[in-house]
Design a protein around this ligand. Structure first.
Ligand SMILES: Cc1cc2nc3c(=O)[nH]c(=O)nc-3n(C[C@H](O)[C@H](O)[C@H](O)COP(=O)(O)OP(=O)(O)OC[C@H]3O[C@@H](n4cnc5c(N)ncnc54)[C@H](O)[C@@H]3O)c2cc1C
Length: 314
């Protein structure tokens, strides 16, 4: 008998949660991710001199007992530790992406593979990556909603299975951008109040298991600032954000030994769809991710698990 072929596009927490449950049920999903590593917005950027920055989610928190158990198990396995500044929060070890790698253990993950399109193909779904393609019985797309829509194209008759829902997604879902600064300094300083254009400042090097030779800071801009400057060169954005961070931590921009900006075009969900996933009558194509339920990693995890449960049920 031909094995049941399942592809997941996106090795963020939604795709990984889905894959884990399918794997534990005896199926063999394959994940495709365009990134060099896995984790999506649970991200860690490494730089010179042992510097590292969690430039996506700074920590994660559980309200759901199942997700709390995942974090507790990750802690037991040395892939997570309690967050020193957020009561009830956890950080990944050695960086946030460590938590993703823990979730992805045992799963077949093809990194560095950008999926360009997904189209219906007989009873299955064709996943197209450059000049290569492969047909699967089930395809699960767990990218930010606007990226999913681009993957499926504008001709919704080709994806009639979920076509009616695509317009609803466009109408409802809103995801804020976030410009992020990663900066490092020698010596010691403390964060003061957040300047008006910054939403959050995190001293990453104070997290458990991090290199403390330099102070590594991550500053997330507000959605309004991010929208205003989204299309600028990242060197310009770093030039704008560094003085703001410095104002808060009492340093001079010239003292920074590292200052790099990152653009999250789709960072945190402002308005979610309000249901855990989208699928059509055939149940062959699934769309999921945090944008279905809310702004936190836990929402992505819940969406991924709900898709796995639906596939296993059917
Ligand atoms: C700045 C910032 C701060 C945040 N703060 C918090 C917080 O404090 N607490 C919290 O819980 N959450 C926070 N979040 C949100 C949290 O990170 C997300 O909700 C969660 O990680 C989303 O997971 P996901 O699997 O839905 O999507 P993603 O993590 O975005 O995963 C999608 C994956 O798809 C891949 N991909 C995209 N296009 C393609 C393609 N064409 N082909 C192949 N692969 C593709 C990407 O590389 C990515 O790995 C924050 C996020 C950001 C960016």
């Amino acid at each position: 008998m031909t094995p049941f072929r399942i592809a997941i596009v996106g090795a963020g927490i939604a795709g990984l949660a889905c894959a884990r449950d399918l794997l534990e049920a005896g199926l063999a999903p394959v994940i495709f991710d365009k990134g060099r590593g896995i984790g999506g917005r649970l991200a860690t950027r490494r730089a010179e001199d042992g510097l590292q920055f969690d430039h996506g989610a700074p920590c994660v928190m559980a309200t759901d007992a199942g997700f709390a158990e995942v974090l507790r198990q990750a802690e037991v396995d040395g892939a997570a530790a309690p967050c020193p500044t957020e009561t009830g929060g956890f950080v990944g070890l050695p960086g946030m992406s460590g938590l993703a790698r823990h979730l992805g253990r045992g799963v077949e993950i093809r990194t560095g593979v950008a999926v360009g399109a997904v189209t219906g193909d007989g009873d299955g779904w064709r996943v197209i990556c450059g000049d290569r393609s492969q047909v699967f019985d089930r395809v699960i797309l767990t990218l930010p909603a606007p990226q999913i829509l681009r993957l499926l194209g504008t001709d919704h008759s080709l994806t009639a299975d979920v076509g009616a829902d695509l317009d609803a997604i466009l109408d409802v879902v809103r995801i804020d951008p976030c410009l992020t600064l990663m900066a490092a300094f020698a010596g010691y300083s403390d964060a003061g109040p957040c300047p008006p254009d910054l939403r959050q400042i995190t001293l990453d090097s104070a997290k458990p298991g991090r290199d403390r030779r330099l102070q590594a800071w991550v500053a997330h801009a507000t959605p309004e600032f991010s929208r205003r400057h989204l299309e600028r060169e990242m060197t310009e954005v770093a030039g704008l954000m560094l003085p703001m961070l410095c104002a808060s931590i009492g340093r001079a921009p010239a003292e920074a030994v590292h200052a790099v900006a990152h653009r999250w075009r789709y960072a945190q969900v402002d308005r979610a769809l309000g249901r855990p996933f989208v699928t059509g009558p055939s149940g062959g194509l699934y769309l999921g991710g945090d944008w279905c339920l809310g702004p936190m990693a836990e929402h992505a995890w819940t969406s991924g698990r709900a898709i796995a449960a639906d596939i296993l049920r059917n």
